[in-house]
Design a protein around this ligand. Structure first.
Ligand SMILES: *[C@@H]1O[C@H](CO)[C@@H](O)[C@H](O)[C@H]1NC(C)=O
Ligand SMILES: *[C@@H]1O[C@H](CO)[C@@H](O)[C@H](O)[C@H]1NC(C)=O
Ligand SMILES: *[C@@H]1O[C@H](CO)[C@@H](O)[C@H](O)[C@H]1NC(C)=O
Ligand SMILES: *[C@@H]1O[C@H](CO)[C@@H](O)[C@H](O)[C@H]1NC(C)=O
Ligand SMILES: *[C@@H]1O[C@H](CO)[C@@H](O)[C@H](O)[C@H]1NC(C)=O
Ligand SMILES: *[C@@H]1O[C@H](CO)[C@@H](O)[C@H](O)[C@H]1NC(C)=O
Ligand SMILES: *[C@@H]1O[C@H](CO)[C@@H](O)[C@H](O)[C@H]1NC(C)=O
Ligand SMILES: *[C@@H]1O[C@H](CO)[C@@H](O)[C@H](O)[C@H]1NC(C)=O
Ligand SMILES: *[C@@H]1O[C@H](CO)[C@@H](O)[C@H](O)[C@H]1NC(C)=O
Ligand SMILES: *[C@@H]1O[C@H](CO)[C@@H](O)[C@H](O)[C@H]1NC(C)=O
Ligand SMILES: *[C@@H]1O[C@H](CO)[C@@H](O)[C@H](O)[C@H]1NC(C)=O
Ligand SMILES: *[C@@H]1O[C@H](CO)[C@@H](O)[C@H](O)[C@H]1NC(C)=O
Length: 621
């Protein structure tokens, strides 16, 4: 890393000769564009897209429910009722993949695979088809990688996408030369230098984004010029054959808590949505959106500050995945404080020995800062955040720094303490009925399993903001009731929600846990063999299907009950007695157990006689 970073100092001069590619492109300013819309209701283009999606959801639900064969449930009647009134009552379903680096990226992809009706094993287990019935797919940090990559690749299957990702290639530590799949640090610096020369701020997020893009983003030179708004042009998006991605970013700035010259966000700081249509926030300091393809332009009171030149192409997929996973401020603070500062609910505080490939602080972090300094003369504070020209300045719909500042400092979406990207999906405007939440935040110390902190944090934030969301019990209860090793439903009963009614979505919470393999591999494991990827996929499949229904043949049907639950009431149908039984088994009923739980260090859930040491003795990963 040392040498590679230092040689990058040559990058700037070389970049002057490079064609544009990563730099936003200057164009003339549009004259009749609505640069800003208030956050009141759905973007009309999204609303139209969602309406179009409903036709495909209806068809997918038919296949899914027919395969399920719920007892005493009249599928034909249900479908005909939700088809009425211009499909107003077709359920809106979503999946949310948590942050957690390559861990959440890969285990979450495994979960997505297990609900895809293109996989025979998934249709056999009758979980296949839920994905095809979904309207939204959200991700942040490591979870943003699949949540951007699947749509950007026009939604292949999870098995097909591995041929694009080539996860067995280490793109971080051992790159010697540029190839179709990798780039040296020097090349990455040259690429981001083109953006710098065009007059834009650059930082670690650009660097990380370019690096990760060689794995996750389609297009020449590691998806160099692939943009997020261009997802709208892909055939499966146009034809409503994929869910719509929502990526989350957090914002920080003046007035936020500051340590060693670095800001960290407050728990109540605004969470930003990135969608193929727009960028902005629903509440807090920004209550407005700007069109995604025009992100990158500084506006004042909704008009370009410089109307002689505007920019397009700021919204590179690389920048989105790099920013959503840019926790440089936290990594730095952790590294200089012996893990006492900069911890967020997503990371364990004491790295166990299994984190052998964890980014070893401080040398790599220092080296990156040195390389930025010698190449661009930028200091640590200047490279720590992903700096966006501010579209929300001087608006009545913004306040604080978002109102006053020329730029917005964006960071890892999980820094507010909500690593599971619920926020966009629980906005009342989106009327989401059911969310499959995949948690691989790795917040249960020291072995990097999950303790539910981030799920609980979303409940607290929703409760404080008045957003309908299921009531979630505190972490001790989540752990004691085994909800971080076995799936659970929240919000089945309307009285167990923040608003005490059925506006909250029903949440199916699933956390990564060792079913058939120990999948708590290092946060920074930079290369993953196909063989290990196979283990990860099977492990996630076993979680989603509960070991192919081994313990409860009705499990798949119980998921189906949760999928239709909210829409049933709307079309005047009753919960069946089978679903009533299911909810009795799998819904949290308000019970608390706040005794101190033990350490999360489970034996293999499918073979409790095997603990980590036994498994590790024979398993190469
Ligand atoms: C990288 O390029 C150098 C110089 O062309 C060459 O000597 C070296 O073998 C290459 N390394 C790899 C891993 O291809
Ligand atoms: C966020 O919390 C801080 C204190 O922690 C408070 O001063 C501020 O007003 C809150 N902001 C919002 C938008 O609620
Ligand atoms: C990306 O590159 C292609 C081919 O050179 C070009 O047609 C396209 O306009 C570029 N897109 C952006 C956003 O720069
Ligand atoms: C860092 O913290 C660990 C555990 O809390 C402690 O054992 C170690 O001595 C600390 N190291 C330094 C340099 O303070
Ligand atoms: C797992 O086993 C390998 C040898 O196969 C060993 O090097 C490694 O330290 C073990 N991991 C842990 C966390 O014990
Ligand atoms: C970094 O540079 C900015 C000016 O761009 C300056 O305000 C700030 O004090 C510098 N920070 C450090 C730690 O030197
Ligand atoms: C859960 O995880 C959070 C974040 O790592 C940690 O602060 C908390 O102590 C953990 N709680 C339990 C009961 O393990
Ligand atoms: C949720 O909100 C209610 C009403 O404002 C409040 O009484 C309760 O303490 C809140 N719960 C949590 C966990 O913050
Ligand atoms: C949780 O799992 C443990 C270990 O399998 C088991 O002993 C315990 O009874 C379970 N607790 C509950 C509440 O199901
Ligand atoms: C919620 O409603 C159910 C019936 O649907 C009832 O059994 C339960 O006691 C209620 N719980 C609370 C906390 O009010
Ligand atoms: C469940 O089925 C999948 C796919 O056929 C298989 O890979 C997995 O090993 C099975 N799990 C169990 C516990 O049988
Ligand atoms: C739903 O249940 C109620 C009371 O149990 C009953 O009166 C009603 O007829 C049922 N509706 C349907 C559509 O079966």
């Amino acid at each position: 890393m040392w040498l590679l970073f230092l040689s990058a100092a040559a990058g700037l001069s070389a970049a002057l000769d490079l064609p544009q590619g990563y730099a936003p492109v200057p164009v003339s300013c549009p004259t009749s564009l609505d640069w800003i819309r208030p956050a009141d209701g759905l973007n009309p283009a999204e609303a139209e897209w969602v309406q179009g999606r409903k036709k495909n959801v209806l068809a997918a639900l038919e296949g899914y429910l027919d395969r399920l064969g719920l007892t005493d449930f009249d599928v034909e009647e249900y479908l005909s009722r939700i088809n009425d009134n211009d499909r107003a009552n077709v359920p809106i379903l979503g999946m949310a993949i948590s942050g957690g680096g390559f861990g959440s990226a890969f285990t979450g992809t495994g979960a997505l695979r297990a609900i895809d009706d293109r996989l025979d094993a998934a249709t056999e287990q009758r979980t296949g088809g839920i994905l095809q019935s979904m309207t939204y797919l959200s991700g942040l940090s490591g979870g943003s990688w699949p949540a951007v990559s699947f749509p950007a690749h026009n939604f292949p299957t999870a098995d097909e996408i591995l041929d694009y990702w080539k996860p067995d290639i280490d793109r971080i530590y051992t790159v010697e030369n540029d190839t179709a799949n990798t780039a040296t640090v020097t090349t990455l610096f040259e690429q981001i230098a083109t953006k710098y020369i065009e007059g834009f701020d650059i930082g670690v997020a650009d660097y990380l984004g370019r690096l990760f893009a060689y794995e996750f983003i389609p297009g020449n030179s590691g998806g160099l010029n692939t943009t997020f708004s261009d997802i709208r042009k892909l055939s499966k998006f146009v034809n409503h054959e994929m869910p719509m991605p929502i990526i989350h970013l957090s914002m920080i700035g003046e007035g936020d808590p500051e340590y060693d010259d670095l800001w960290v966000p407050r728990a109540n700081s605004s969470i930003f949505d990135v969608t193929p249509f727009e960028f902005g926030s629903w509440d807090g300091s920004v209550r407005a959106f700007t069109p995604m393809e025009w992100l990158g332009n500084r506006l004042s009171n909704g008009q370009p500050v410089n109307d002689s030149v505007c920019y397009q192409g700021f919204d590179r997929d690389s920048l989105i995945i790099g920013t959503s996973a840019d926790a440089f401020n936290f990594w730095y603070l952790e590294s200089i404080s012996n893990d006492t500062l900069g911890q967020f609910a997503k990371r364990s505080s004491s790295p166990p020995s299994t984190l052998s490939k964890r980014l070893t602080a401080p040398s790599d972090i220092d080296n990156l800062a040195i390389a930025f300094n010698s190449s661009f003369g930028l200091n640590l504070t200047e490279i720590s955040y992903s700096v966006f020209p501010n579209p929300f300045a001087n608006l009545s719909l913004s306040s604080g720094i978002a109102h006053d500042s020329e730029t917005l400092n964006m960071v890892d979406g999980s820094e507010t303490g909500q690593t599971i990207p619920f926020w966009g999906q629980i906005q009342p405007a989106r009327s989401v009925d059911f969310i499959l939440a995949w948690d691989d935040s790795q917040d249960a110390s020291p072995y990097d399993w999950n303790n539910g902190t981030n799920l609980y944090n979303t409940y607290v934030a929703a409760n404080n903001t008045g957003i309908p969301f299921p009531i979630i019990p505190p972490v001790n209860t989540l752990m004691n009731l085994n909800y971080t090793t076995h799936p659970v439903f929240f919000g089945c009963d309307a009285n167990l929600t923040t608003t005490g009614d059925d506006r909250a979505p029903l949440v199916l919470y699933m956390a990564n846990a060792p079913y058939s393999a120990y999948t708590n591999f290092s946060f920074w494991q930079s290369a993953t063999t196909r063989e290990q990827m196979g283990e990860i996929y099977v492990n996630s499949f076993d979680i989603v299907t509960q070991a192919n229904g081994t313990w409860d043949e009705e499990w798949a049907e119980c998921i189906g009950c949760a999928v239709v639950e909210r829409s049933l009431a709307r079309v005047g149908m009753n919960r069946t007695s089978q679903c009533e039984r299911c909810f009795g088994r799998y819904c949290w009923n308000g019970q608390l157990d706040e005794t101190q739980p033990g350490e999360m260090n489970p034996n293999l859930i499918l073979d409790p006689s095997v603990g980590f040491d036994e498994w590790n003795a024979t398993n190469p990963f």
